[in-house]
Ligand binder design. Structure first.
Ligand SMILES: [Zn+2]
Length: 83
């Protein structure tokens, strides 16, 4: 019996217990551009919205042609990371 399904990763240095590469992958815009049949995948100015990560051109408000909703009380613009 051969191990046909065993993919021998030759040359790939794999350290057990560590994620492959990206500890913090950059979020990319997940807006589906139907006309071009692919996701936006922009990485500049991407923020997390209810619908997922979106670039500034594809925020829920932008898609509806509305102005961006200003941050309200209890949801500060820049939350400090706990250090
Ligand atoms: Zn986008």
């Amino acid at each position: 019996m051969t191990t046909a399904h065993q993919t021998a990763a030759a040359g790939e240095d794999y350290t057990p217990g560590r994620p492959a590469q990206n500890d913090k992958p950059r979020p990319e815009c997940r807006h589906w551009i139907g006309a071009e049949r692919h996701h936006c995948k922009a990485v500049d100015g991407v923020r997390l919205y209810v619908t997922g990560p979106r670039c500034s051109a594809h925020t829920p408000a932008a898609l509806q042609g509305k102005p961006e909703v200003p941050p309200g009380p209890g949801w500060p613009i820049h939350r400090q990371e706990a250090t």
